[in-house]
Ligand binder design. Sequence first.
Ligand code: F0G
Length: 435
Amino acid sequence: MSTVPVKPQVAAHVLRCVHCGKVQETADRMFHCTQCSELLEVVYSEWASAPTGFALRLKEIWRERRGSSLPENASGVWRFRELLPQVDRRNMVTMCEGNTPLIPLKKAARELRLPNLLVKHQGMNPTGSFKDTGISAAITMAKAEGFSWVCCASTGNTSASVAAYAARAEMKSIVLLPAGQVAAGKLAQALEYGANVLQLRTDFDGCLKVLHEVVRKFSAYLLNSLNPYRLEGQKSVAFELMEQLDWQVPQHVIVPGGNLGNSSALGKGFMELRDLGLIESLPRISIIQAAGANPLVRTMRENGGTELIRVTPETRATAIRIGNPASWRKAVSVLKNTGGTCEEVSEKEIAQAKAELGAEGIGCEPASAATLAGLKKLAASGFVKPEDTVVLVLTGHMLKDVDYMKQLPGQNLLGPMEADGDAVIRTLEQIYARH
Ligand code: F0G
């Protein structure tokens, strides 16, 4: 186990409103600004006075920690703790989250003529989605504050992650889910990890609304991405990605968009690296939505991002079936600050992209495949150029939503047939002849 020298901790922070800029004395339970009710963000007031050379030393510190098996170093979130809120190590709730692979695509790279095309597979987290990085950070804050109950509304993945991390922390969890709209794998996880699961006759946006009432009445810590500490954990993907790319900034990073916390977190991570001098430029961060759940796309196209246009969401990519995204303002800033764009893709385009990823051995859930579908459009329009390095963020594991597969045509599934050698060989001869 390598020993890592103790380093200056500069991560004292405040919570500041993203809209009116008010620094909060106290945050309400929904993490809204006490002045204008908008969302809050974590700001590290002491970074401006961080000693010269401090930031550059970080790369070395983080690299050294990779060889350590201490929980706070083995975590792909807490390994970067100089850029996170300071916490007592005893409160850290971690399961080695992050540490996800960066994999080059081959077939899609050839077909799109983008030789530098990679996927960052966040589905390889402990509960199979990117949520774990954010939940590790936020539930740690809940523990530090002495909560024993946590809660969330979810399209499924957050609930799986909240349930698992609550179980690890020996806390109780409440999750509100839209009845009948959550992939079976995700529901099974929430139940397995002992969450109190309430299925409501509404969509995700309706569940989030009811959650406001729950946190007002009960002492339960909110773990949705309204919670700015969620985003602190999720921004670590930017740090990890830059390490994997040897600090060479890609031209594009493409993420799916639902409640828009993840794109906001990713942007925050990259902007902090730039502000600290760890990278010199920013990647363009682009957000892809399903055409049936496209509030951000409409907002950008119809009013340039000044006022949210809500929609009634409908898509089989249930993870991103959201019409009233909480973090839309943060996401608009990320698009503007990084020069990214947003795009919508049809159900057919999502299914096609998912099949293409699968055909090169990369499984993911439908929402994640929206990134490849979106990239095709961005490459066709010239926004993405052949020489660009492009990273698609795959947000969830393929096994989360196996029912989706059953509805797709063109699967190589034959039978049931008789267990008869001759019949099987005849069938295989036909298959061989086709290839
Ligand atoms: N991809 C997957 C697999 C997701 O589960 C989600 C969101 C997103 C993309 C979109 O991320 O909301 O930060 O823009 N799932 C949430 C949930 C809403 O409850 O699991 P976002």
